[in-house]
Design a protein around this ligand. Structure first.
Ligand SMILES: [Zn+2]
Length: 378
């Protein structure tokens, strides 16, 4: 009997061991890792094969005319722009990463606020953007030098203080050389920003870091550098002809240049009206998504589409398969917005489809006209 029991016990032991080691339910195929941006990281069986997706949003010009900042003034003498964003805040912050073009420098009240043509805005504008979900601001604009060195230093110091990254204008050369790469859901998005000019205000000698000008040689170099630490390269371009609803030849040429350099995403602004979106094929067969102009997102400009802007959104997927990494941009969408006011007060950014459905459809068509054309051709 003993001679039978021993091998039986041994077999049972082996069976128990096998059950504990492999008998559990199959390991989870899907794993969600918690970070501030709630990633959607999907692991497959092999540790070297996974894909991750992040959503990216962008809004256009934040152009703070005196009507807008006077409206934001509180009884205590500070400024609160947040109510202006209350209707669009959820949409803006639902993306994993949101970009805004802060056209006017926030030099703060200590420099004296000012409006067109030489802007200076309150610090609180940056607080409102941050609480509306903006993760990075572009500050290379034709108004960057409006109030000189003092406004640039105040603005950049304030952005640092509230931990809102900025790109395109810098406090020092060292600051300019520090790449802006935001890691979201395991996707590293590198940002660059350039402007066509500074309204004739010369850049102080030896202070080229105050603003990034559109200069193909410099851009080529910057792209080469940021490529080393980025999966996706997004370039903010302050360009084009004011109040024109279609891009000009120079914009198209620059967009092609950026596509050829391997940029993934071009975010345009300055014309104060919306210009369409399109895919551009780079010389290496890569696809670049271009938004020629995002229009005004918040300003006191009215009529002829100057009060219309929108929230652009697109999905970025990173696929890793062994040594191969693939980046896919997909599902671009655009939610038109309008700035409403009541006799130059109570400024509010509204989703256009809640205000004027017919115009909302017209604006959507305008933004998608090149994309739809391409699809019809295929
Ligand atoms: Zn501009």
């Amino acid at each position: 009997m003993k001679r039978v029991l021993l091998p039986l016990t041994f077999l049972l032991f082996i069976a128990l061991f096998l059950f504990l080691a492999f008998g559990q339910a199959t390991p989870p195929q899907e794993k969600v890792i918690g970070t501030t941006h709630a990633p959607k990281l999907l692991y497959n069986n092999s540790y070297k094969k996974f894909q991750t997706t992040a959503s990216f949003s962008a809004v256009g010009d934040i152009l703070l005319h005196s009507y807008v900042y006077k409206d934001a003034k509180t009884n205590e003498g500070s400024y609160n722009f947040s109510p202006m964003f209350s209707d669009v805040k959820d949409r803006m912050s639902s993306a994993d990463l949101t970009f805004a073009n802060q056209e006017t420098m926030i030099g703060g009240t200590e420099l004296g606020l000012s409006t067109y043509p030489s802007f200076n805005s309150p610090y609180e504008a940056a607080d409102a953007l941050k609480s509306a979900g903006v993760d990075i601001v572009g500050i290379a604009n034709n108004h960057t030098l409006d109030r000189g060195e003092a406004a640039i230093l105040n603005a950049t110091n304030y952005y640092d203080k509230i931990k809102l990254p900025y790109v395109g204008s810098y406090k020092s050369q060292k600051d300019q050389e520090t790449v802006r790469v935001l890691n979201v859901n395991g996707i590293r998005v590198g940002f660059l920003a350039y402007t066509y000019g500074t309204n004739g205000i010369p850049i102080p000698e030896g202070k080229n870091h105050f603003v990034n000008l559109i200069d193909m040689e410099k851009m080529k170099q910057d792209i080469k550098v940021i490529k080393k630490s980025s999966d996706v390269i997004a370039v903010s371009m302050h360009w084009g002809t004011e109040y024109q609803r279609q891009p000009n030849e120079q914009q198209k040429e620059l967009a092609q240049f950026l596509a050829d350099e391997g940029v993934h995403l071009v975010i345009g602004h300055h014309p104060h009206v919306l210009q369409p979106m399109e895919w551009r094929k780079g010389k290496n067969g890569n696809e670049t998504f271009v938004i020629y102009s995002l229009g005004n997102f918040l300003s006191a400009q009215e009529k002829d589409y100057k009060d219309i802007g929108g929230i652009f959104n697109l999905q970025i997927t990173k696929k890793l398969d062994g040594e191969k990494t693939e980046i896919l941009l997909h599902d671009p969408s655009f939610s038109p917005t309008i700035v409403l006011n009541k006799q130059k007060s109570e400024y509010q950014i509204k989703l256009l489809n809640t205000v004027n459905k017919q115009q909302n459809t017209e604006i959507e068509k305008h933004m998608f006209q090149y994309l739809n054309k391409k699809e019809n051709e295929n």
